[in-house]
Design a protein around this ligand. Structure first.
Ligand code: PMV
Length: 370
């Protein structure tokens, strides 16, 4: 099967215009170790970021299309059900995204109507980015539709780009294990950094054996909607007093993290990952106006994690999303000791003792059409 180099060449003929079909995919969420915080233009990142792809936290999506024999101003009609129910806000977001794609590079979309059903394997407000998994799942479904209708295979770079246009961090959810998104200037890691671009993420699959099967236990210390959205947070980076220094530091932290990952230096890995998480929240606390998304329970867990690492010499570290919940990262080989620590010392800080156990993942899955 051929792949295309220019998506605008997907032009509908008579045969395409009688097309009806369905495709189903599940796409994972991801958690950044080097954080994307600040954007410009059309969802382009101000600095490079690196993430771990999760395995269990996924959006499952089924996507049915039907060609229409007429065209309307409003472009495509989208019927959308989330977990079996109509959700107007989500439906609007997806429709807006499809309309945008039909305008920027997939004009054939306007000859179709869509019926989409989605569900997440994880709860809302849990410190797992549902925008990343859902926009990645939608990209895969578009790839599935293009393959069926036009008989061409879509490369991951396009899927990642389309996901990015829906939600920045979604660009990284198209790959197994780890992904890097954003232009990264590095003298130390030229082979990889020379492939990076703001347009889409690239996969990083040569992960050091000690980091393969990395575990991520997500401690739900707060299950409320956060007070400041990521969209507002990104916008506050525009005139942030530390923006320039931050964007430069992300390159340095990515350099140091890649070196630690290459050599399997897990203690350095822990230090850099934690520094990045605290820097993200430091940027929030020094925005104009400043704000705090961490909660007392976040800090209680952080100090226990650092003490546990110092005493046990087990490379357990934390990272934070733009929210209060804490991701604990540890090698699979330390599972029993770390999970004992979580059960004995951390559950008291979690809402109803809730922890989601996840790990570095295998990426996209085509599902049986449901
Ligand atoms: O993709 P957005 O716009 O939701 O931003 C994500 C920002 C962070 O999760 C805080 C960092 C990241 O790189 O994922």
């Amino acid at each position: 099967m051929s792949s295309f180099t220019d998506p605008s060449t997907l032009v509908c003929n008579e045969a395409h215009l009688s097309s009806i079909g369905k495709t189903s995919w599940s796409a994972p969420s991801n958690i950044a170790l080097v954080k994307y915080w600040g954007k410009f233009g059309d969802q382009l990142p101000c600095n490079p970021s690196l993430s771990i792809t999760l395995e269990h936290a996924r959006t499952q999506m089924s996507f049915a299309w039907r060609a229409r024999t007429y065209t309307k101003e409003s472009v495509c009609d989208v019927d959308f059900l989330f977990e079996g129910k109509a959700k107007a806000a989500f439906a609007q977001k997806i429709q807006k995204h499809l309309v945008k794609l039909s305008q920027v590079e997939l004009p054939f979309l306007k000859y179709f109507d869509f019926q989409i059903e989605a569900s997440n394997t994880f709860p809302h407000s849990s410190g797992i980015a549902s925008s990343a998994s859902s926009m990645a799942a939608l990209s895969c479904c578009l790839g599935g539709m293009i393959k069926t209708v036009f008989g061409v295979e879509v490369e991951s770079s396009y899927l990642s780009r389309w996901a990015r246009l829906g939600s920045g961090s979604a660009a990284r959810s198209l790959y197994s294990q780890m992904a890097i998104w954003g232009v990264w200037q590095s003298d130390l890691h030229q082979e990889i950094s020379s492939q990076t671009t703001n347009d889409f993420a690239i996969g990083l699959d040569q992960v050091h054996p000690s980091l393969q099967d990395l575990k991520d236990a997500i401690l739900i210390v707060d299950d409320q909607e956060k007070s400041v959205s990521s969209r507002a947070g990104h916008a506050l980076m525009e005139n942030h007093p530390h923006a320039k220094a931050r964007f430069a530091r992300a390159h340095q932290n990515l350099d140091a993290l890649m070196t630690a990952m290459k050599t399997g230096d897990l203690m350095s890995f822990c230090q850099i990952v934690e520094a990045e998480a605290l820097e993200l929240h430091g940027l929030m606390m020094t925005s104009e106006p400043p704000y705090i998304l961490m909660k007392p329970q976040t800090l209680a867990v952080i100090s226990k994690v650092q003490k546990f690492r110092e005493e046990s010499l087990i490379p357990l570290c934390f990272t934070l999303d733009a929210g209060a919940n804490v991701h604990l990262l540890y090698p699979a080989s330390e599972k029993s000791e770390v999970e004992k620590f979580i059960n004995d010392q951390c559950l008291e800080h979690c809402v109803d003792g809730r922890v989601i156990f996840d790990q570095m993942g295998t990426g996209l899955k085509e599902e049986k059409t449901f």
